[in-house]
Design a binder for this molecule. Structure first.
Ligand SMILES: [Zn+2]
Ligand SMILES: [Zn+2]
Length: 108
C-alpha cells in the first residue's frame, strides 16, 4: 500500500540543499505537498502530482533567483536525510523503497 508523508519544514530545499532556510512546501494552489515511497510528489487533492525527478522546488534562498528549480539526486537524497521527522514517521522500509525508486528515476 502506498503511504504518503507530508513534507514539513524540516525537509530542506532539495534544489539548493539549503538547511538554514525552511519552507512550507505547497503546490501553486497552496495545498500541502506529500511524498510517497514510489518517488511521487503530490499535493493534498492530488491535482498536482509528478515524479521527484520532474518536481521543481523554490525556497527563500537567493540561489533560486525567484525561479523554481529541479533537484539532482544528491540534493534530494540530502534533503531526505535531513528530514528526521519524515524518516521516523515513514519508517526504514518506506525510506529504502523511496531511495530505490528515486535512484531509478535518475537512472542511478
Ligand atoms: Zn495542488
Ligand atoms: Zn532552495
Amino acid at each position: 500500500m502506498v503511504k504518503r508523508i507530508k513534507l514539513r519544514k524540516d525537509f530542506p530545499c532539495p534544489a539548493c540543499a539549503n538547511q538554514r532556510i525552511s519552507s512550507d512546501w505547497t503546490c501553486t494552489d497552496g495545498e500541502p505537498l506529500y511524498l510517497n515511497e514510489l518517488g511521487v510528489v503530490e499535493c493534498q487533492s492530488g491535482k498536482h502530482s509528478g515524479k521527484v525527478i520532474n518536481q521543481t522546488w523554490k525556497c527563500e534562498s537567493s540561489y533560486h533567483n525567484g525561479q523554481y528549480q529541479k533537484a539532482d539526486l544528491e540534493g534530494f537524497t540530502f534533503a531526505l536525510s535531513q528530514a528526521v521527522q519524515l524518516m521516523s514517521e515513514a519508517g526504514p522500509e518506506w525510506v529504502a523503497n523511496l531511495v530505490t525508486e528515486v535512484g531509478n528515476q535518475y537512472g542511478k
